[in-house]
Design a protein around this ligand. Structure first.
Ligand SMILES: CC(C)(COP(=O)(O)OP(=O)(O)OC[C@H]1O[C@@H](n2cnc3c(N)ncnc32)[C@H](O)[C@@H]1OP(=O)(O)O)[C@@H](O)C(=O)NCCC(=O)NCCS
Length: 343
C-alpha cells in the first residue's frame, strides 16, 4: 500500500479587504476594532464580489495546487470539495469546480464529492482522500476547502457576534501516492450530534411541509424568515468545547502515532478564534513560534483555513520537506479532527 502525501498546495482569497473599522463605518455595525481583536484576534477579512461562489474562489487555489504538485488538470482523478457555503442546495460545488476547471471540455468526467463537515471539512476530506489514494483506486485527489460566507452574514448590529468572525477564501491541496517514507501518517475524527443546534444555519427544515415555514395566519408555500437565513451560534459553548476537543484529538493523535508533542515542528490549527488556539497551545505547552495563523487577515474561512495555512506556509518557506505537522480542527456539528503529516 503506498503512502498518501500532500504533493501540492494553493490558496486564494478575494481582493476586497474588510477591516473591523469597515464593519463599523461601512456597514453601520455597532462594534469596535478593539472588541473584535481582543476577543478573536481578527483584524480584517476578505469578501467576495457579488456573483462569485465558493467554486469560483476554488479555481485559482486548485490551479496553484495542481501546478505546485507538478501536475496538470488532466492528472486529477477526483475532486473532494468541503464547504458549508455551496452555491446551491444541490448539486454541490464539486461538480461546479470540475466544470470551471475545464475538465468536462477535456472529457475528464472524474468523480466529484462534496463534504459537509463545516470547520472540520478539510480534515474529514483529508481522511477520505488519503484513504482512497492508499487503496490504489485513485492517484491524485484535488481536495478543496472553499467558502463564501459574506453572502450569508447578517451584517448589522443584530448579527455582529457572528458576522465579525467570518470571511471568504479557498485553499486546495493535491493528495497523491508515494513509496517514500513520508505523508499523512494518521487522521483522527470525531463528532457529537447532541450539539447540532449550538452552531447551525437552519435555512430550511425538510421535516416540515412546506420546508420553509408559513408565517402565522398566512397560507402558501412558506418563506425564509430572517432568523432562518443567518447562522446561530452559542459562542461560549462553542469556545469551551473547541478547546476541550482540540486538546483531546491532538493528544489521541500523538498517542496513536507514538510521538511527543515536542516532535511536532508546526501546528496548523483551524482558525475560528486566535484565543481558542492560544488556550489550546498554552494548556499543552506548545511554544507560540510553532503555531501559524491567518485569522488576523482572513477571519474564519471555515473549511478553507487549514489548506490556506498550509499553502501560505509552504510559499513563505515556513513549511518545508521533512517537517512533522499537526493539523487540528473543530466546528459545527460538533465535529472535530486531527491529522499528523510528515511533510
Ligand atoms: C464569539 C465570541 C468572540 C463572543 O465573545 P463572548 O465573550 O462570548 O461575548 P458574548 O457573546 O458573551 O457577548 C458579550 C457582549 O458583547 C457584545 N458583542 C458581540 N459581538 C460584538 C461585536 N462584534 N462588537 C461589539 N460587541 C459585541 C454582545 O452583544 C454582548 O453584549 P451584551 O453584554 O450587552 O449582551 C466568543 O464566544 C467566541 O469566540 N466563541 C467561539 C466562536 C467560534 O469559534 N465560532 C466558530 C466555530 S468553528
Amino acid at each position: 500500500m503506498p503512502n498518501a502525501y500532500i504533493s501540492g498546495t494553493g490558496g486564494y482569497v478575494p481582493e476586497q479587504i474588510v477591516t473591523n473599522d469597515d464593519l463599523r463605518d461601512g456597514y453601520g455595525i455597532d462594534t469596535t476594532h478593539d472588541w473584535i481583536v481582543k476577543r478573536t484576534g481578527i483584524e480584517a477579512r476578505r469578501f467576495a464580489p457579488e456573483g462569485t461562489c465558493s467554486a469560483d474562489l476554488a479555481v485559482p487555489a486548485a490551479r496553484k495546487a495542481i501546478a505546485n504538485a507538478g501536475l496538470t488538470e488532466a492528472d486529477v482523478d477526483m475532486i473532494v470539495f468541503a464547504t458549508l457555503s455551496p452555491k446551491h442546495a444541490f448539486p454541490g460545488d464539486g461538480v461546479l469546480l470540475q466544470e470551471k476547471l475545464g475538465l468536462c471540455e477535456q472529457g475528464r468526467f472524474i468523480p466529484a464529492m462534496d463534504l459537509r463537515n463545516q470547520c472540520s471539512g478539510f480534515l474529514y476530506g483529508l481522511a477520505a482522500a488519503s484513504s482512497m489514494v492508499q487503496s490504489g483506486m485513485v492517484r491524485h485527489v484535488l481536495l478543496v476547502g472553499g467558502e463564501t460566507h459574506s453572502a450569508a452574514l447578517d451584517l448589522s448590529t443584530r448579527g455582529r457576534t457572528v458576522s465579525s468572525l467570518f470571511g471568504d477564501g479557498a485553499g486546495a491541496v493535491i493528495v497523491s501516492p508515494t513509496d517514500e517514507d513520508r505523508g499523512i501518517r494518521g487522521w483522527y475524527l470525531g463528532a457529537d450530534g447532541r450539539f447540532a443546534d449550538v452552531l447551525c444555519q437552519k435555512v430550511w427544515d425538510m421535516s416540515k411541509r412546506p420546508f420553509f415555514p408559513v408565517p402565522e395566519g398566512r397560507e402558501g408555500p412558506g418563506r425564509v424568515e430572517p432568523e432562518m437565513m443567518w447562522a446561530h451560534m452559542e459562542g461560549r459553548q462553542v469556545f469551551k468545547n473547541a478547546v476541550e476537543r482540540m486538546i483531546q484529538v491532538l493528544v489521541s493523535a500523538c498517542w496513536d502515532q507514538k510521538i511527543d508533542l515536542a516532535d511536532i515542528d508546526l501546528f496548523c490549527f483551524h482558525q475560528a478564534n486566535m484565543r481558542i488556539n492560544q488556550m489550546v497551545a498554552q494548556t499543552m505547552g506548545i511554544p507560540e513560534e510553532k503555531l501559524i495563523h491567518n485569522i488576523q487577515k482572513y477571519g474564519n474561512t471555515t473549511a478553507a483555513t487549514i489548506p490556506l495555512l498550509l499553502a501560505e506556509a509552504e510559499e513563505s518557506g515556513r513549511l518545508v520537506r521533512g517537517m512533522k505537522v499537526a493539523c487540528v480542527a473543530f466546528g459545527s456539528g460538533f465535529t472535530w479532527g486531527s491529522a499528523i503529516l510528515d511533510w
